[in-house]
Design a binder for this molecule. Structure first.
Ligand code: 13P
Ligand code: SF4
Length: 323
């Protein structure tokens, strides 16, 4: 999968500075770096970030930054998107093993065959996919603009939607369009249990259920509001309700709680008593690894130039169609 290992990490751990926040700040100035972080990162990483956002916001920041170095605290496809937009900048990912089960559920060779079997179809791909899949796509979308983008495509144009079947089904419901879905999914969002969610709602009758569209239909059916991570955050701030059951990765709760300290946020339960609603890939990044990545200027995101150029076009189309 991903090729580069973290530089001498265990040895370097012994020499970590006491004030990691201060050391990261100093490196940020030395490198003229910007730290972009997703809401599913550990709270410490969220607190050290220059910009915190959902996949669309992070792509827009990556497209407009003047920094020389982008430190991407998220998963591989997110950092890869930043590199596609910024071929001349150094893009660092604290742990190169921070992948994504959803991106992995769409292997390029199989997808090429799927696409060839639907020759007249336009390919709309969710940003949670590899650069190779982006390079085979016509338009990229995120959870915050998928409905808006599909609504801009002429009604007689058949569409393949990849790789997330849950977001795809949600987009079909919202647009009334018939999409050909790639059957991929996210291990985190498929872990939520409808039965335990309903039990939790009975225990907290005043709480509103809010959910990410990567969840399965039986969970989404109970949600008062469905949206991207940024949309869920804004909704919980603006809603008059005082408590919320949050059906997405619980990292977002750090920000929800910061922005509405008097409200209550309850993570939606998984099928077992486990932490499987935490994204194991996102959580591979730590503040220590982020510091070491900046200090050693690696692990760096790289890709073949022909893939980068082919993947850039559908990302640019998304950015144009999102304004
Ligand atoms: P957002 O578009 O809400 O950032 O979703 C990203 C993601 O990975 C959800 O699992
Ligand atoms: Fe991928 Fe799911 Fe983790 Fe998001 S939460 S990065 S879709 S595995």
């Amino acid at each position: 999968m991903f090729t580069t290992a973290l530089p001498q990490q265990t040895q370097a751990f012994g020499a970590l500075p006491h004030d990691l926040f201060g050391a990261i700040d100093a490196l940020k100035k030395d490198l003229n770096a910007v730290i972009l972080a997703h809401y599913y990162q550990d709270p410490d990483i969220q607190d050290v970030a220059d910009y915190l956002g959902d996949s669309l916001g992070l792509s827009q920041q990556a497209a407009s930054t003047n920094a020389d170095v982008i430190v991407f605290a998220g998963v591989h496809f997110m950092a890869e998107t930043a590199k596609i937009l910024n071929p001349d900048k150094l893009v660092l990912l604290p742990d190169l093993e921070a992948g994504c089960s959803l991106a992995d559920s769409c292997p390029p060779a199989e997808f090429a065959a799927f696409k060839a079997a639907h020759p007249d179809h336009l390919v709309v791909s969710y940003i949670n996919c590899s650069a190779e899949i982006k390079a085979m796509s016509d338009i990229i979308c995120t959870s915050s603009n998928a409905v808006k983008i599909v609504n801009q495509i002429p009604e007689n144009q058949p569409i393949i939607f990849a790789p997330d079947r849950n977001l795809g089904r949600y987009v079909m419901e919202q647009t009334g369009r018939d999409l050909v879905l790639w059957q991929g999914s996210c291990i985190v969002h498929e872990t939520f249990s409808e039965k335990r969610l309903v039990q939790l709602q009975i225990e907290h009758p005043d709480a509103e259920i809010i959910a990410h569209p990567e969840c399965e239909a039986p969970v989404l059916r109970h949600a008062s509001y469905i949206g991207s991570t940024t949309a869920l955050l804004k909704y919980s701030q603006n809603s008059p309700k005082q408590s919320f059951i949050v059906a997405t990765e619980p990292g977002i709760i750090h920000q929800m709680q910061k922005e509405a300290p008097n409200k209550r946020f309850i993570p939606a339960p998984g099928t077992n008593n486990c932490n499987c609603n935490e994204c194991p890939f996102m959580r591979l990044n730590t503040l220590e690894k982020l510091y070491l990545a900046m200090k050693h200027r690696q692990p760096e995101i790289t890709m073949p130039e022909d893939i980068r150029v082919a993947a850039l076009r559908p990302i640019q189309r998304m950015l144009e169609m999102s304004v």
